[in-house]
Design a protein. Structure first.
Length: 392
């Protein structure tokens, strides 16, 4: 009571001083609040500078930009339209993937999950902090529709997990086939089989081992202990509690993935989505008159996907424009034609999906927020575990 009284007297004195015309004590500035926007703008400036520098160095110093635009003037945009249809199918499949992971019991329509997929991988890929910002925006829209936190986090994380793994698996399998039966010409000579076979076999091995580890509860418990111990700025929790938290997350992850049939469907849908995106890339090459063999274009596509993962650059801005023309040029394709193909692919697979994702975000925001009528996925007050899916 004494402390409350002193606070009231102090507040009254400050108010009285202000009323009498005496200046009140200035409010202390929140240093953290002023630093966050500064860091954000600085991060955007660094990203933009890196992207512009790469594009300028590769494109303008090579005197290829004007030639690339000239190549676009003679491009066959019918192939680009086919590629755009393939990219649309890729995003439809991505929406289906999100729907299967969220679960039909959550009461979220397929139309909504398709919109969430556009926000996640269309708009989210071009934002400065990709993919974190896309995940945050998609999570917010699912939260507004009654899907609670843990299921949202797991579903969106699994969508990124499966699509990324499908990309590496597609490229690695293609490289193994090339090493076994195809003669791939690089720089006027034939590439040695081990150049593609050994790295591809290593990638496939890593994918198999990580899949096996992800299916074990002990892995989740170990990760929880490591993460808990790494947070040195917080009081250390007992190892038993950390292991229990990891086991809880693992159990919820199994519920999100569902039964064996649903897991197989998730893998197939993710692979089909990536295959459609690869077809879009192939049709972009066809649009500017580049006709590589299937194995060759998939290797270039894989390099483009890896280049798009470079941090600090939204969707690999600048790196993809540098890597793809250089790889195609080593195979005998003019640099300008390779750059023109990248521009066509960017238009159909990056710019238009980003615009569609922005419109989808507006539509999702304007639609009324509603809680799901089937709330069996909410976290309970005790353990925070998700309830199992129904047999359907």
């Amino acid at each position: 009571m004494g402390e409350d009284h002193r606070v009231s007297v102090t507040a009254g004195a400050v108010s009285a001083g202000t009323v009498r015309g005496n200046p009140s004590r200035p409010r202390p500035l929140d240093a953290a609040a002023s630093v966050v926007p500064t860091r954000r703008w600085l991060k955007w400036a660094v990203e933009a500078a890196i992207g512009v520098a790469i594009i300028y160095t590769v494109v303008f110093s090579a005197s290829g930009f004007a030639d690339a635009v000239s190549s676009l003037a003679t491009a066959q945009f019918g192939w680009a339209a086919v590629g755009l249809a393939c990219e649309g199918a890729s995003f439809l499949l991505l929406g289906l993937l999100v729907h299967r992971l969220v679960g039909s019991e959550a009461g979220v329509s397929r139309r909504t999950t398709f919109g969430v997929g556009l926000v996640l991988s269309g708009l989210g890929n071009v934002l400065p902090a990709a993919p974190a910002e896309g995940l945050a925006l998609a999570s917010a829209e699912l939260h507004r529709r009654g899907v609670h936190t843990r299921r949202v986090r797991l579903a969106l994380a699994f969508s990124e997990w499966y699509t990324t793994r499908a990309t590496f698996a597609l490229v690695a399998l293609n490289a193994v086939v090339i090493a076994a039966v195809v003669q791939f010409r690089v720089g006027g000579g034939l590439a040695r089989p081990w150049l593609f076979g050994l790295p591809a076999a290593g990638v496939l091995g890593v994918l198999a081992i990580t899949a096996w580890l992800a299916g074990r509860r002990q892995t989740a418990e170990w990760i929880a202990v490591v993460v808990g111990r790494a947070r040195f700025w917080k009081p250390a929790a007992p190892i038993s509690d950390l292991r229990a938290a990891g086991a809880s997350w693992w159990s919820d992850a199994q519920q999100v993935l569902g039964n064996r049939r649903n897991r197989i469907a998730v893998v197939l849908v993710a692979a089909a989505s990536i295959a459609c995106d690869a077809l879009c890339f192939g049709f972009a090459l066809e649009a500017v008159g580049i006709h590589p063999r299937p194995g060759e274009f998939l290797l270039v596509y894989g390099a483009a996907m890896i280049a798009s993962l470079v941090p600090l650059l939204p969707d690999g801005l600048g790196t993809v424009e540098a890597v793809v023309p250089l790889l195609l040029h080593r195979g005998g394709v003019p640099f300008a034609a390779g750059l023109a193909a990248v521009l066509v692919y960017r238009a159909t697979a990056t710019v238009l999906p980003a615009a569609a994702g922005a419109l989808s975000l507006v539509r999702l925001r304007l639609s009324p927020a509603r809680s799901s009528s089937a709330l069996r996925h909410r976290v309970d007050a005790d353990g925070g575990q998700l309830e199992p899916r129904s047999a359907a």
